[in-house]
Design a protein around this ligand. Structure first.
Ligand SMILES: [Zn+2]
Length: 89
């Protein structure tokens, strides 16, 4: 599935740090595309320690209101490329 994200800089919505390796990105699923919501991106550390239970990955509803067609992407940023490691609905 294609990730329709023009920007390659994501900042964590909790701690404001730039996400440089892995993080969480909510997205709307639209046909064969993910339409991401970068304003709700969360870094790995905050996802685990501030949003999810300590030591657990966050759920989509921890980050955004649960609306149909939304999914939570676990992403990796490498060389300005964002790849989707997994998704959780
Ligand atoms: Zn953070």
């Amino acid at each position: 599935m294609y990730l329709n994200l023009a920007q390659h800089l994501l900042n964590c919505s909790v701690c404001s740090q730039e996400i440089t390796d892995v993080g969480y990105l909510p997205a709307t699923v639209n046909e064969n595309e993910y339409e991401p919501h970068p304003q709700n991106a969360v870094c790995d550390v905050c996802g685990f320690n501030k949003i999810g239970m300590v030591g657990c990955a966050p759920e989509l509803t921890d980050i955004v209101d649960n609306k149909p067609q939304k999914t939570l992407l676990y992403i990796r940023i490498e060389d300005d490329e964002i790849s989707v490691i997994s998704e959780k609905e």
